[in-house]
Design a protein around this ligand. Structure first.
Ligand SMILES: Cc1ncc(COP(=O)(O)O)c(C=O)c1O
Length: 431
């Protein structure tokens, strides 16, 4: 099929995510990916682009890592899929063991699902059912952070704080409490005070506090002081409210250490992982819980967690996820990413000198900047940078007026230098 035909069929039939479709159909010449390898995407027309956001933050080891592809092929020869109800298989068992070994100490049981949204959905349902079974039937609400993003199911939409994603469903989703991060509150103390007052007033109605630890990705790479996580832990303990870390984006070294929780040395009651968890190759997620939560579902049969997805614990995804953990360990991915992260930090700080740039920030393998002027998720300025970057050889999808990079953790230094140069040149070009 030639490129024009692919695009024509796409525009006729495919409804794209997060996309105003009329503008897309009228104006956009989409990238038509023929092949992906390492940090690169190749268009059908032969042009090559550096994937600056690891395809929505999933390809943490780059595209088509040969060891992951081999693990996929080997497993496909044995068993592509079998259910996880009353049966098991080696990849699911081995993965759970390896995952608990690298997770913060104290998370000992693994529930598999399909993607980041379902990993958090599981966390919400687990805490709600736990409290119902513990006889605390008032505990039906959650505390989330302002500007939070936890995915797209209706359940997690209820703890989402980004207005453009939540507004259409207002009234149809549970009402919860939203508190500011230290960055949004203007400091650690006012943020802790805000949370404390919600917990003091409503502690016995709360099921859990849910946070994206340290970096709020989808609201524009907003970052906050990790010390806040220790304060949240202490307040949750005081009120016996569960603490959920959504590490769907921040896990697997994106912010530096394996988990953002490690910045603060905090153990959550539940940790959600997806995206880089399966090397960005297949939809796969896990929700890790403490023995206390797990044991709350033991006893009579009606206390079990009657929840599951057809593909949970999929053998292909599990086999890849096992190999991902081996690659992290054997290729020293986190250590080798450190100097790359520093390079990203230096490059973004230097961009602050440009008049088009209002402010910059970085943590681990994330560099982000706010463009001056137009604000918010629907701002158009970022798309002008996108066009410039594409001309120069990078896929640099913005979030409103936020331009950012979150490349594979193992991106070669020379490719990273090229990418950071493209970011700077693209911004200068529109200044
Ligand atoms: C922190 C966080 N949680 C959950 C999700 C939802 O993940 P998925 O798109 O795989 O459902 C995302 C997606 O970006 C995310 O950033």
């Amino acid at each position: 099929m030639d490129r024009d035909r692919i695009v024509a069929l796409d525009k006729q039939r495919v409804w794209h995510p997060y996309t105003p479709m009329d503008r897309y159909r009228a104006e956009v010449d989409p990238i038509v990916v023929a092949r992906a390898e390492g940090p690169y995407l190749w268009d059908v027309d032969g042009s090559r682009l550096i994937d600056a956001n690891s395809s929505w933050w999933v390809a943490s080891l780059g595209h088509n890592h040969p060891r992951l592809v081999q693990a996929l092929k080997d497993q496909a020869d044995r068993n592509c899929h079998s259910a996880l109800a009353g049966m098991t298989h080696q990849p699911a068992s081995e993965l759970a063991e390896r995952l608990c070994a690298v997770a913060p100490d104290g998370l000992e049981h693994v529930f598999y699902s399909d993607d980041g949204s379902t990993a958090v959905e599981v966390a919400l349902k687990v805490t709600l059912q736990y409290w119902a079974q513990a006889g605390q039937t008032k505990r039906k609400h959650f505390v989330a952070l302002q500007e939070a993003f936890h995915g797209e199911t209706l359940g997690v939409t209820a703890i989402g704080g980004v207005d453009v994603f939540r507004a259409p469903f207002k009234g149809a989703v549970l009402e919860n409490f939203f508190v500011p991060t230290p960055t949004q509150a203007g400091g650690l103390e006012p943020a802790v005070d805000a949370l404390r007052s919600v917990l003091d007033a409503h502690g016995d109605e709360l099921s859990a506090v849910v946070v994206e630890p340290v970096v709020q990705g989808a609201s524009g790479m907003q970052m906050y002081d990790p010390a806040y996580l220790r304060e949240v832990r202490e307040l949750c303990d005081r009120h016996d409210v569960f603490l959920v870390f959504d590490e769907v984006f921040t896990g697997y070294g994106r912010t530096g250490p394996m988990w953002a929780a490690d910045h603060a040395g905090v153990l959550p009651d539940i940790l959600c992982t997806a995206k880089g968890f399966s090397g960005g190759m297949l939809p796969m997620a896990a929700t890790l819980v403490t023995p206390r939560l797990f044991e709350g579902f033991l006893g009579d049969a009606d206390r079990a967690f009657y929840y599951g997805h057809s593909f949970c614990g999929n053998p292909l995804g599990s086999a890849i996820a096992v190999e991902v953990l081996k690659v992290y360990e054997e290729e020293h991915i986190l250590d080798r990413a450190k100097p790359k992260a520093e390079r990203i930090g230096e490059a973004f700080r230097a961009l602050e000198a440009l008049p088009a740039v209002a402010r910059t920030r970085n943590r681990g393998m994330i560099g982000a900047l706010d463009l001056a002027g137009d604000d918010g998720y629907l701002a158009q300025a970022g798309w002008r940078i996108y066009d410039e970057a594409r001309r120069r050889g990078a896929y640099l999808r913005p979030m409103g007026n936020v331009v950012y990079v979150a490349p594979p953790l193992n991106i070669d230094d020379d490719v990273l230098v090229e990418l950071l140069g493209i970011v700077a040149d693209s911004i200068e070009a529109v200044s």
